[in-house]
Ligand binder design. Structure first.
Ligand code: FAD
Length: 322
């Protein structure tokens, strides 16, 4: 009856946001008087998995199949399903990211489980199993009661503080009866983005929109990002125009980020853009139009021409860092 949590890693290094998911699962397990079993897929060392004990996992179920090193929704779902059956689990947690969004609905269908996607709260157990999430692109909150026997939550990353304690999880091998059909989708090539801060994990982001005028001005965004140790992002029209690669596009149809600081430069603040960034802790907007909607969502605003403001801001950060 343990709470199951899917843990992600990159080439054997567990992602920070997965520690958060394990801690979240552990807090729920504690309230339910049970334990946490983390499910880890692919090639990874025992010592890396044992460290999940520091975030509240008692046990790790490891499916050591190298064909699971890259996301394969069907095989991942089957592995998680096997873990749920083995543990007779009623609560399953994944992250609300590419992996979780691909797996959780499939698992829910297979288990006939209720699912809340993009949870922002712990389930309120006094009211049943009520979980908070945003709806209408972040314009409102919904409180959803999962009434099915088995409950699945995809947790919005960067929602809760990471609380580390002493502990070491035990690692068990989990055998899953895969067939070749489970690996019908094959990853042929992985293009790694070298030398950049990955957007999904970034605590600081400098993001540019159409107000940057063209790709030739992106050096100004990159200079500031470099000085801050930040990742770079962009609005959708910027990616559509091929000024920037599509993996940098944030918003309703792009990535969702929740950094400590999001600096939006020359971005109007359309609802579809805000949907991907309005969980940021602090938002700074630079826009030459004082009526730009983004200012309403901003903690700090600079009204001015981005091409003039950015070099001055970068210079100020440089001086501050010295
Ligand atoms: P614009 O709307 O053109 O705004 C440019 C801004 O730059 C303006 O506010 C202007 O005042 C300012 N500016 C101009 N020159 C300067 C200067 N020199 N210095 C400073 N400021 C300047 N958009 C997304 O971003 N992400 C999404 O995921 C997304 N999904 C969508 C899904 C759907 C179904 C639809 C219909 C739209 C979606 N959009 C998305 C598009 C969205 O509606 C907006 O059109 C888009 O976000 C606008 O991008 P922008 O702010 O860069 O450009």
């Amino acid at each position: 009856m343990s709470v199951i949590v899917l843990v992600e890693h990159t080439e054997g290094v567990i992602k920070k946001k997965s520690f958060e998911a394990v801690r979240y699962a552990a807090d729920i397990a504690q309230k339910k008087g049970t334990t946490v079993s983390a499910v880890v897929l692919g090639t990874i060392s025992d010592s890396e998995m044992e460290a999940l004990g520091q975030y509240g996992a008692q046990k790790v179920l490891h499916v050591a199949n190298e064909r699971l090193n890259e996301l394969n929704a069907r095989a991942y779902t089957w592995a998680l399903f096997t873990a749920v059956e083995k543990e007779d689990s009623k609560i399953i947690i994944t992250l609300h990211d590419i992996n979780g969004r691909a797996i959780a609905p499939r698992l829910a269908a297979r288990l006939k489980a209720g699912l809340v996607a993009g949870a922002l709260s712990y389930p309120d157990l006094d009211k049943g199993f009520v979980v908070k999430k945003t709806v209408f692109s972040g314009k409102a909150f919904a409180y959803i009661n999962i009434t099915s026997d088995i409950k699945i939550i995809t947790l919005m990353p960067n929602t809760f503080a990471l609380n580390k304690t002493e502990g070491k999880a035990s690692v068990e091998k989990l055998d899953v009866a895969f067939t070749d059909k489970d690996f019908g989708v094959k990853v042929k090539e992985v293009n790694k983005i070298k030398g950049e801060v990955p957007l999904a994990d970034a605590q600081l982001i400098v993001s540019g929109g159409r107000g940057m005028k063209g790709p030739e001005n992106w050096g100004l965004i990159e200079d500031l990002a470099k000085k801050l140790g930040a990742a770079t992002a962009c609005s959708r029209p910027v990616a559509d125009a091929h000024w920037r690669p599509h993996h940098e596009h944030v918003g309703q149809t792009g990535g969702t980020v929740r950094p400590d600081l999001y600096i939006a430069v020359g971005i109007s603040g359309a609802i579809q853009h805000l949907a991907g960034v309005n969980g940021s802790k602090t938002i700074v907007v630079i826009n030459k139009d004082p009526e730009a909607p983004f200012f309403k969502a901003a903690n700090y605003g600079v009204v001015g021409d981005a091409l003039e403001v950015l070099p001055r801001l970068t210079h100020a950060v440089e001086k501050f860092r010295q």
